[in-house]
Ligand binder design. Structure first.
Ligand SMILES: [Zn+2]
Length: 142
């Protein structure tokens, strides 16, 4: 059995570049790393309760307005905890989607979510158009 010819075959196997990842794979790896970091931070923070502000990019923080301060303070604590739980779930789901190969697909319109948006907000499941639309719908409802 000619051993040499076999190894030679493998090195010139077409279609599957051994070392170089595609751009998309690199981006996914980057985002997966980002999500894992966020997950770690979140779990650490959850043990400490409110640390130095939950995350950059808090969205939809409700206007607490004229409610009694003591009550809102307590609600705020509770809400933060719930937010952390929700975010943790989102992170897990995003990591799942990366594993399943469905990451970066808008769950509303099925379109591709831009890498720039995913990078800024990896847990998102909506493309910018659908998200904007959703936020406008929410504004109307409130
Ligand atoms: Zn969409």
């Amino acid at each position: 059995m000619p051993k040499g010819s076999k190894t030679k075959d493998e090195t010139k196997k077409p279609g599957k570049p051994a070392a170089a990842l595609s751009e998309k794979e690199r981006e996914l790896a980057e985002i997966r790393h980002e999500l894992e970091q966020q997950r770690k931070t979140l779990l650490n923070d959850a043990g400490v309760m409110i640390g130095q502000g939950l995350m950059a990019g808090n969205e939809n923080l409700p206007d607490l307005g004229d409610q009694a301060t003591a009550v809102t303070d307590q609600n705020f604590m509770l809400r933060l905890k719930e937010r952390e739980q929700k975010l943790l779930k989102k992170i897990d789901e995003a990591l799942d989607r990366i594993t399943m190969g469905t990451f970066g697909v808008c769950e509303s319109c099925g379109g591709e979510i831009s890498f720039k948006r995913l990078k800024a907000r990896p847990v998102t499941t909506l493309c910018i158009e659908c998200k904007t639309k959703q936020e406008e719908d929410e504004k109307v409802r409130q």
